[in-house]
Design a binder for this molecule. Structure first.
Ligand SMILES: CC(C)(COP(=O)(O)OP(=O)(O)OC[C@H]1O[C@@H](n2cnc3c(N)ncnc32)[C@H](O)[C@@H]1OP(=O)(O)O)[C@@H](O)C(=O)NCCC(=O)NCCS
Length: 174
């Protein structure tokens, strides 16, 4: 699981991805501070404590750097940036039952276009799990020798990964 680089000046347009979600009755929007606790519970139930912590940072920024996907009152997915490090995209996740509907792509593009508007020219996808997905959707390229990524070295719970050669995705178990 390496870091990846994305050209923010050459992103696919956001419109078609948003239209597709609208047609499915799904709204993609920026998170709002009052819903932080509800959204973090949702992330905790489906993903990891690491991602709860990062989403908390994203919700605490002005404006929040977290995008949400919602159908009615149901949260379906989220995507953050500028959490662990400036200029880093992630974490992101879609409810397992809702994958394959383009929700992850719409959230990713909404966040990356927001990063471009904030002044970044390149974005880094931190500790990217599904590298084929990022390559396919936004032409991301793996950063050489970034596996496991030094950008997370020394973090609690990752000693086995950085010093004992455990698989990089084992941190998702926390
Ligand atoms: C990765 C994730 C966010 C993608 O969300 P999604 O809503 O299912 O993605 P989309 O429907 O937008 O998929 C877009 C395309 O990428 C492909 N794709 C999705 N996940 C993929 C994966 N893990 N590997 C390769 N391709 C993938 C889809 O098949 C789809 O292709 P298509 O356009 O030909 O149909 C979702 O699978 C997820 O939450 N995974 C677990 C958490 C995770 O790994 N997050 C990333 C951490 S860096």
């Amino acid at each position: 699981m390496p870091d990846m680089l994305v050209k923010l000046y050459d992103l696919p347009p956001l419109g078609p991805a948003m239209d597709r979600q609208r047609e499915q009755g799904i709204n993609i929007r920026r998170g709002l501070a009052p819903e932080k606790a509800l959204a973090l519970s949702w992330v905790r139930e489906r993903f990891s404590e690491y991602w709860v912590s990062e989403a908390d940072v994203a919700f605490s920024r002005h404006p929040p750097t977290i995008m949400l996907a919602q159908r009615g009152e149901q949260l379906l997915g989220f995507a953050c940036y500028d959490t662990t490090h400036k200029n880093f995209f992630g974490p992101t996740g879609v409810d397992e039952a809702e994958r394959g509907l383009g929700i992850g792509t719409a959230l990713l593009l909404a966040a990356l276009h927001d990063m471009r508007s904030a002044g970044y020219m390149y974005g880094i996808i931190g500790w990217a799990g599904p590298t084929a997905y990022y390559e396919k959707v936004v032409g991301a390229a793996i950063i050489t020798d970034s596996e496991p990524p030094g950008s997370y070295r020394g973090m609690l719970g990752t000693q086995a990964i950085f010093h004992e050669g455990a698989p990089g995705d084992s941190f998702l178990d926390h």
